[in-house]
Design a protein. Structure first.
Length: 220
């Protein structure tokens, strides 16, 4: 009757959204239109390719496939220039304590991220070794809100989807967890993530008792 946890990366473990924002903004500047933090909200949890489509829609710009590929490469190079400077001080509040709690309870956890840079980021913040598996943008063919990323995570945990608990900060991610028939925990704005089974501001609010309680939940 064991449970397992699947953590999203950006917005749950670290705030890489601010670096995505800078890189997308540079690109919008080059293309000659305004890209704001509000616009950036639309890109959270969304794949890199889809993010570019949304960005070009905002700027009302049409580009050839070739140009889009070129842009995706330079956006990622720009993004990586920030990522390579990351360190453990960028781990979000409550993360390390929660991982310690899970270790203490013998509950295993994997990563379930849309990012193709997830392994690098986890290594930069010294958390890579703690996860028993990584599912990221390189391992899936269908992006969130498709449940593929989390179903692969359940396989790594060797658990049925109903026994998996997903921590997510993005609407697409909560939808993916729900579609996978997992317990979804929204981290961030409750109103935005109202489709989640449970809501918390950040991981400092997750108690050991709450995790134990969830472990006894059979099915939704
Ligand atoms: C993250 C971010 C998204 C980003 C995506 C792909 O997802 O939230 O904004 O577009 O990864 O990232 P990359 O360009 O590094 O492949 P997640 O699922 O960790 O929240
Ligand atoms: Mg996220």
């Amino acid at each position: 009757n064991k449970t397992g946890i699947i953590f999203d990366l950006d917005g749950v473990i670290v705030d890489t959204a601010k670096y995505h924002f800078l890189a997308w903004k540079h690109l919008a500047d080059d293309l000659g239109f305004e890209f704001t933090e509000t616009h950036n909200e639309l890109l959270k949890g969304v794949s890199r390719v889809r993010s570019l489509e949304i960005l070009l829609d905002i700027g009302n710009i049409k580009l050839s496939e070739e140009k889009k590929q070129e842009i995706l490469i330079s956006k990622n190079e720009d993004y990586l220039s920030y990522i390579t400077k990351m360190g453990p001080e960028e781990i979000l509040p409550g993360v390390t304590a929660l991982l310690d709690t899970l270790d203490g309870l013998g509950i295993q956890y994997v990563l379930g991220s849309a990012s193709k840079n997830a392994t690098l980021i986890l290594k930069k913040v010294n958390l890579f070794e703690r996860f028993i598996g990584i599912v990221d943008g390189n391992s899936v063919s269908k992006a969130k809100p498709d449940p593929e990323v989390f179903l692969l995570g359940a396989k790594m945990l060797k658990l049925k989807p109903e026994k998996c608990i997903v921590f997510e900060d993005a609407i697409a991610g909560v939808e993916a967890a729900n579609a996978a028939n997992m317990i979804s925990i929204g981290i961030g704005d409750k109103q935005t993530l109202q489709k989640a089974d449970f809501n918390f501001k950040d991981l400092t609010e997750i108690s050991s008792d709450f995790i134990k309680e969830l472990s006894t939940i059979k099915e939704k």
